[in-house]
Design a protein around this ligand. Structure first.
Ligand SMILES: CC(C)(COP(=O)(O)OP(=O)(O)OC[C@H]1O[C@@H](n2cnc3c(N)ncnc32)[C@H](O)[C@@H]1OP(=O)(O)O)[C@@H](O)C(=O)NCCC(=O)NCCS
Length: 149
């Protein structure tokens, strides 16, 4: 597997995986997907790759993209995410490698700290981040539906 910097031409491959990976885990927990379609996910990835304030990495196997990871660098505390790995090849340490590569890059950039947000139902990513040294700071709630008056 090769980890390299994301380029504009990667948006379609990364967008397909971003949608599929988040939709798969959300479906398992009966939640709506974080990204409503492949098209929206691809637009998000295109924006992240083009934006000078973000750093993007892709994982490639045999010339095919199998995952990506992004980091918001617009403040002293860098923000990692979204990270996604093709559901067909998850559980083979690709996510771990993408996270480690981004953490190495963040340390090189001398950020004061690194944060991320993850959904409470995703035990695997919680385990992955905890083993990499992240500490849970606070719960966040996402409320959907009509506002009551
Ligand atoms: C999160 C994600 C990127 C991980 O990618 P991956 O390539 O499958 O991950 P890895 O194989 O490198 O590591 C999986 C980690 O999950 C943990 N894990 C694996 N199986 C687990 C299980 N059954 N229960 C709990 N934790 C488990 C382990 O800690 C493992 O890391 P380790 O091998 O260093 O101990 C991938 O599952 C994904 O794309 N998910 C959908 C998108 C998403 O949720 N992104 C994160 C949002 S914040």
């Amino acid at each position: 597997m090769v980890i390299r910097e994301a380029a504009a031409a990667d948006a379609v491959g990364c967008g397909r995986i971003l949608y599929a990976a988040f939709a798969a885990i959300a479906n398992q927990h009966n939640f709506p997907p974080d990204f409503p379609s492949v098209a929206v996910a691809t637009d998000v990835v295109s924006m992240l790759i083009a934006h000078p304030g973000f750093h993007g990495l892709v994982a490639e196997e045999d010339g095919h993209i199998v995952g990506s990871n992004f980091m918001d660098q617009r403040s002293p505390i860098a923000g990692i995410g979204p990270i996604s790995v093709d559901p067909a090849v998850q559980n083979r340490r690709i996510g771990h490698t993408l996270m480690q590569a981004m953490l190495d890059y963040a340390r090189m950039c001398d950020h004061a700290g690194i944060r991320l947000v993850q959904t409470a139902y995703h035990n695997r990513s919680l385990a992955l981040y905890t083993r990499l040294g992240f500490v849970t700071r606070e719960p966040l709630s996402v409320m959907r539906g009509r506002r009551s008056t």
